[in-house]
Design a protein around this ligand. Structure first.
Ligand code: MN3
Length: 261
């Protein structure tokens, strides 16, 4: 009896599958949509202008799609032309008519009153994003060479160990913020993270040193492509780091061997 039931159910299933297949064959082939909207031509970053004010939009040194597939063009376009532009305009508004208008962005950050939230958030946002665009680039990734490579080896043990530590602070930064590679006055490297748009130039935020590498870990920096997988985005970032630009910052900040004490 069991066998018969099994045989009948198998037969019914086979017929059902066959009719499914027949139906499939009869379906009219529908042309696939044109390849992904995200690959459509983007706006030009050079066209993004700040409203009137002291601080201008520093042109993005590459096209929106230059960092793909690691950072997709749509994310770059929104990040640069909406978020970064917003920080720039709001910074200009926050300092309009004040003594801060005459200062460089570094001076504003060094003298910052942490209670002045509008300047804190927007001066931080302006500086951090300009820094971030600069330390990435097409044909990036790999490992640094020269004095920076030597310093990484000396202070972290190996490039891989540095990458692990940097990724760790970037992953563990709770909520929005930034991960940094910093060099102190003695030339020693360290990694740290800051919350929101804070950065190591600000007084009394608990992180010191001159930044040489920055990573934006706000969700707006990765959510379109990576959703909640911040760790995957951090890993991808290592494929677009412009180590030449980072080395330049390190060379400028680290004490020269001739004047080292
Ligand atoms: Mn951002």
């Amino acid at each position: 009896m069991k066998k018969t039931v099994y045989f009948i159910s198998s037969l019914v299933l086979a017929v059902a599958l066959q009719s499914c297949n027949d139906k499939k064959l009869q379906e009219v082939e529908v042309p696939l949509p044109e390849k992904e909207v995200t690959n459509a031509p983007m706006g030009n970053p050079a066209d993004v202008m700040a409203d009137e004010g002291t601080f201008k939009m520093i042109p993005l040194p590459y096209a929106y799609d230059a960092l793909a597939p690691y950072i997709d063009a749509k994310t770059m376009e929104i990040h640069f032309s909406k978020h970064h532009l917003g920080y720039t305009n709001n910074l200009n508004k926050a300092i309009a008519g004040t003594a801060l208008e005459k200062l460089t962005i570094e001076e504003i950050l060094n003298k910052l009153d942490l209670e002045n939230k509008a300047v804190r958030n927007n001066a931080g946002g302006y500086y951090n994003h300009n820094f971030f665009w600069e330390v990435m680039g097409p044909n990036g990734g790999g490992e640094p060479t020269g004095p920076l490579a030597d310093a990484i080896k000396k202070d972290f043990g190996s490039f891989e160990a540095f990458k692990t530590q940097f990724s760790d602070v970037a992953t563990k930064q709770f909520g929005s913020g930034w991960a940094w590679l910093l060099v102190d006055k003695a030339g020693k490297l360290s990694v740290a993270s800051t919350a929101n748009q804070d950065n190591p130039l600000m007084p009394n935020i608990g992180v010191t040193g001159t930044p040489v590498l920055a990573l934006d870990v706000w969700e707006h920096a990765y959510y379109l492509n990576y959703q909640n997988k911040r760790a995957d985005y951090i890993d991808a970032f290592f494929s677009v780091i412009n180590w030449k630009a980072v080395s330049k910052k390190f060379d400028a900040a680290a004490p020269k061997p001739a004047v080292a004490q």
